[in-house]
Write a protein that binds this ligand. Structure first.
Ligand SMILES: [Zn+2]
Length: 385
């Protein structure tokens, strides 16, 4: 009895973790982030994301999440020892790429810690929630050098009082639609010789070498990684049958590790890049959406996105507008990578795979409908360019 009590006491106390390099990797499909141990729900984190950890209590980890302190249950995370960096500037811009001309994703703040992915020259790539971002290395304490005092750097990273940690969208209620005029009727057949398409099937082996299966339907066991791949294979068949050249990039276990940016760069030499994904949220949300990089509003990417989105709603959801989640803008790492080498890139979230209706039979039907919609959208884009 005494033993049990003392164990409880120890567990109930916050044990600060060593300042550096204690991280947790989320292993649950979707895990609630709370304000304390069993505290108020603040949001969700997902499999494949990693966070710097500050302490541990009653089997929960205190993590740095979106610029604040938050807690996750230790039952759904794996403790890891990734390198972290601590932000040393008051407010520091985190960007989509390693240069000041890259888009600002968020402003990160002094004292926050992030998992460090790699370094290129003076820039450091960090994991910012579900995205990757670059910060200038002069304004972070990198590696174990937490003891190195960082002097106030010359060019101030952020001149104005920065907004609170910039909005990092939740996985599901995605940013508002950008505008979705009905897609013009366009040919669903026609020769596509000369068109070069790069397909990216989302998830699989990540930049850190882990295998990320994406989201999951817990009832049927269907994994996003497998769905993405099946859609990719079918899109490839449909486009090749019309004369296009298609590269299908998948990242199964054992594949070479690639960051999202690098996965986008496989678009080099291609006319069109399409990243294939399927959403999951609360097991009741449903619908299709297509994402374009937030810097590409009036662009070929936007046009391709509309062509695909219109057909998705038509083919998968019988044209019912309540399933039309629209074309959205988001600074996604894979699109940043693709746009570093090609003009036209979109990311398709075909449907939510975590709903009750997504049985293996229904999944097979929807995969076919989705693949046809994507192939037709890409074909129309090319023939009407
Ligand atoms: Zn995905």
């Amino acid at each position: 009895m005494r033993l049990v009590l003392s164990t409880l006491l120890v567990l109930g106390t916050l044990s600060p973790l060593a300042a550096q390099d204690i991280t947790v990797d989320i292993s649950a499909r979707a895990l609630n982030v709370r304000s304390g141990v069993w505290g108020t729900k603040l949001g969700l984190v997902r499999a494949g994301q990693s966070f710097a950890a500050r302490g541990q209590r009653s089997g929960w980890y205190r993590i740095d999440w979106r610029g604040r302190e938050a807690w996750v249950s230790g039952s759904y995370v794996q403790r890891s020892q990734r390198r972290t960096v601590e932000i040393s500037a008051t407010g520091l811009r985190a960007r989509t790429g390693p240069s000041i001309s890259d888009t600002i994703l968020a402003v990160v703040r002094r004292g926050q810690r992030y998992v460090r992915l790699d370094r290129r020259g003076s820039w450091v790539r960090i994991q910012l929630d579900h995205r990757e971002a670059w910060v200038h290395g002069d304004y972070v304490r990198d590696d174990g050098s937490a003891s190195t005092p960082v002097s106030t750097p010359a060019p101030a990273p952020v001149s104005t009082p920065a907004p609170a940690h910039a909005p990092v969208p939740n996985p599901a209620p995605a940013p508002a639609p950008v505008s979705t005029p009905a897609p013009a009727p366009a040919p669903v057949s026609g020769d596509l010789t000369g068109l070069d398409v790069a397909l990216d099937t989302g998830h699989g082996v990540t930049g850190s070498g882990r295998f990320d299966p994406g989201s999951l339907n817990s009832r049927s066991g269907i994994r996003e990684f497998d769905l993405n791949r099946r859609v990719g294979q079918r899109v490839q068949q449909l486009l090749e049958a019309r004369g296009a050249r298609v590269t299908l990039n998948t990242y199964p276990r054992g594949a070479v590790r690639r960051s999202l940016f690098q996965k986008g760069q496989v678009a080099r030499g291609s006319d069109v890049f399409v990243s294939l994904h399927h959403n999951a949220f609360n097991a009741s949300a449903q619908g299709s959406e297509v994402l374009v990089h937030n810097t590409r509003t009036n662009s070929s990417s936007q046009r391709l996105a509309r062509l695909i989105q219109g057909r998705l709603v038509q083919r998968v959801f019988g044209g019912q507008s309540r399933y039309d989640r629209g074309v959205k803008r988001q600074a996604l790492g894979v699109l940043t990578g693709a746009h570093s080498v090609t003009r036209t890139a979109v990311l398709v979230e075909g449907f939510f795979l975590d709903t009750r209706e997504v049985t293996p039979t229904r999944a097979t039907q929807w995969i076919e409908a989705e693949a046809e919609a994507i192939a037709e959208g890409v074909g129309s884009y090319w023939l009407t360019r």
